[in-house]
Design a protein around this ligand. Sequence first.
Ligand code: DX5
Ligand code: ZN
Length: 219
Amino acid sequence: MNVRIAPSVLSADFRKLGDEIAMCEAGGADWIHVDVMDGRFVPNLSFGVKVIEAVKKSTTKVVDVHLMVLEPENYFEDYVKAGADVLTIHAEAAPHLDRQLARIKELGVKAGVALNPATPLSAIEEVAHMLDLLLIMSVNPGYGGQKFIDYSVDKIERARFLLDQAQSPAVLEVDGGISRDTIHRCWKAGADTFVAGNAVFGAAHPQQEIAVLRNLCSE
Ligand code: DX5
Ligand code: ZN
């Protein structure tokens, strides 16, 4: 299984976003994770289209956009135009998952669904075959630097099973509190893509930390 490390720029130093992204690339980051928050679906505001554009201009890596917003469909086209390669919507914010996943794919990018810690996997069961990515939140979304929720590991294991049963090639991503202490368990449970904000940008040597995290994804 391919391991991908996706630093979350939410924890980057915004005075030098381009340099921070270049540092991630030099450290071997596979994807760049961009957290869009609307202050409604989650109790925090972050950034939108302009920052996605800036990230896209700063990297050749996959721009992985995590939409923590209500009515995400209002901006699909804008996010894609800005350079998103993956658009992930929250099941809790998108009652018409089937329609919205189809719309994202129509726009020519990968379509993902994220589940909050309290949302059961059954929320995506019927659309598993449509997913390019399933994101298991291992914190309540809204902020970087939160503590990993331990019961997420069991959920990842069941998500892996669900995707395998559906013969889905979807990426299984985990987001929130990923660090040296938690990444191995998530990998073992079947996740292949790991978002890391604080663990990378808060590290003494951020560039090296990406490799440290990746190396922990092995027996
Ligand atoms: C949380 C965001 C995460 C966040 C992760 O709402 O979706 O992507 O940046 O940050 P860490 O890795 O610090 O928990
Ligand atoms: Zn995220």
